[in-house]
Write a protein that binds this ligand. Structure first.
Ligand code: NAD
Ligand code: WQD
Length: 337
């Protein structure tokens, strides 16, 4: 199949591109490189042993997208492109609403014009209302606490409305839980700019000695050891989930929201201890105050993904910790800037 991947130079996009190429699909990538390096695209090509077209363009740029669609005849589009920093979205909401909503709307307009009506959309577990009973399933109540989350919520609604208006469309809204890990080659991985907000990059950089210690945000949550529990999922399992979603979209119309998680919750300290044990490194930490907005536990019901996509996560926490460290230790400066 021929797949257009927006945001394909980013963390989840690069791993999904690699998996699509390994399975023999053709791909075209559009990425503005606002939060990625061209080097990631090169490395995917090296790992797969295949070239593919890459356009450095903003998905909001309708003319640029028209050029891409004029050249390729796509069976399906995966739309990863988006800004994703929760804290930043609170400070500069307009940038987030503009980027994440207008990229989605422009993309759909161009797809419609070219008769391409299958879309896999990167949504997030963040659309579930804080405090809903866990595990969260796709019918759990929705509601967000920050502009980033609302962009995902609103894009989901836009896409549901699009399918109502034109039932020929097939849209899969994939709600990712907490992606971590990297391709086992250690050649591609997560490369955050500045000081990481997310747990795993911070843990890996602390093991490298780049930070004195990890701040564990709160140890008085209602969890088995008091620290926050999340559903961490290996990015290569996520990549497999996208391949399964494409197969589904090829054979169904309509709009489905589907969780991509493992269904297992690990605490911050579970992660720290597994990371130290698997990699033989030290991750010094201190207990710090809770981070505003955090909740005790978030984990998925993975049942719908199993039922509709025939997909489930296969990689273990040890795999995730080993592969995160392999990437970070082989690329201490990420892709290099
Ligand atoms: P990422 O920042 O590594 O990748 C996003 C890519 O999109 C980047 O390469 C960036 O340069 C590109 N991009 C952003 N806006 C663009 C635009 N207007 N035009 C063209 N390119 C643009 O992030 P990621 O972790 O790979 O996330 C991919 C998607 O999954 C995002 O939509 C994100 O919101 C969503 N998501 C991520 C997580 C997570 O924890 N990583 C969890 C849930 C959902
Ligand atoms: C995980 C756990 C922290 C850093 C975020 C977004 C969400 C989604 C994924 C995009 C929590 C604790 C963290 C640190 C810590 N992204 N922690 N010290 O908050 O579950 O989700 O990323 O859609 O929208 O909100 O992930 O990695 O930030 O935190 O103790 O230095 O680690 O309190 O319990 P989170 P995270």
């Amino acid at each position: 199949m021929n797949i257009l991947v927006t945001g394909g130079a980013g963390y989840i996009g690069s791993h999904t591109c690699l998996e699509l190429l390994r399975r023999g699909h053709d791909i075209t990538v559009v990425d503005s490189l606002v939060n990625a390096q061209r080097e990631a695209v090169k490395r995917v090509q090296q790992l797969a042993g295949r070239e593919f077209p890459f356009y450095q363009a903003d998905v909001r740029d309708e003319e640029a997208l028209e050029t891409v669609f004029a050249v390729g005849r796509f069976d399906c589009v995966i739309h990863f492109a988006g800004l994703k920093a929760v804290g930043e979205s609170v400070g500069i909401p307009l940038r987030y609403y503009d980027n994440n909503l207008n990229s989605t709307i422009t993309l759909c307009r161009v797809m419609q014009r070219h008769g391409v009506k299958r879309l896999i959309f990167s949504s997030s577990a963040t659309v579930y209302k804080p405090g809903v009973p866990m595990p969260a399933d796709e019918s759990s109540e929705l509601g967000c606490t920050n502009p980033y989350g609302w962009t995902k919520f609103m894009c989901e609604q836009i896409l549901r409305d699009l399918v109502v208006a034109d039932p020929d469309w097939s849209v899969v809204l994939l709600r990712y839980f907490n992606p971590i890990g990297a391709d086992p080659s250690g050649r591609i991985g997560e490369d955050p700019t500045g000081i990481p907000n997310n747990l795993l990059p911070f843990v890996a950089q602390t093991a490298l000695g780049r930070h004195k210690e990890l701040h564990v945000f709160g140890n008085d949550y209602q969890t088995h050891d008091g620290t926050g529990v999340r559903d961490y999922i290996h990015v290569s399992d996520l990549a497999d989930g996208h391949v399964a979603a494409i197969d589904y979209a090829m054979n169904h119309t309509g709009c489905e929201a589907i969780n991509l998680g493992t269904g297992i919750g690990y605490s911050v300290l579970d992660i720290v201890h597994a990371f130290e044990r698997v990699n033989g490194v030290k991750v010094p930490y201190v207990i710090s105050p809770r981070r505003p907005g955090d909740v005790d536990a978030v984990f998925a019901s993975p049942d719908k993904a199993r039922r509709l996509l025939g997909w489930e996560a296969r990689r273990s926490l040890d795999d995730m910790c080993r592969d995160s460290w392999h990437w970070q230790s082989m690329n201490p400066q990420g892709y290099g800037r």
